[in-house]
Design a protein. Sequence first.
Length: 234
Amino acid sequence: MFCGSIFTLAYILAPPYVFSSILALALRYPDGNKAFLYAIPLIASILTPARGMPKVVGLLKPMLSYFKFECITENEENLEANLAKGKNYIFACQPHGVISFCGMCSSVHRDPKYRRIQTAVASSLLKFPILKNVMGIFSLTDASSSNLRKVLKRPGIEGSVVIYIGGMAELFKCCRTEERLFLSQRKGFIKLALREGVDIVPIYLFGNTSCLSVVSFLLTFTFQQLFLQCNLLK
């Protein structure tokens, strides 16, 4: 529970902390020195890019027992053999959930070398202070089409990517009592796979929508979008 709570608290506390830090610096409240000290984590985060940390991810193994995680993979040996030979894949995941604890557990569960497989996320997450550093340990990359094309040109593990098909739209459709997928309007990953000659591995994350409720996170993502639109974080 403690391991999982780190990421939940980051989502909840990062936006109000960033907002209050910017206000403190702008207003020099209660004075310039104290405002600067309060904003040090924000400044450090802005200057530090998101960085994948496979070894740190491996320390989160208690999450597997807490969430009672179980991974079932068809033709796993064939998949691993193809990755070793340089073949790359798009791992298409659904549903997104509020926070993809199933995806996190999957990364923790993997052999360390497969933790280098990047997960595509919205560019806002890669720019948002604190949050980008906490979530960045799972080897994140920009979900833009141009960036994914670059990633998929690499061979094997380095050229494979995890994509949450429904993205942010599916997040806000998340329901603890009903599985809701945002899929019919998301065909871009199919076109991407055809253009780059990459196979798609479908992944379904059972229980991903039952971990958290979306209501408490509406304000969080509103803050994120507001900051990015105002260019406060550039």
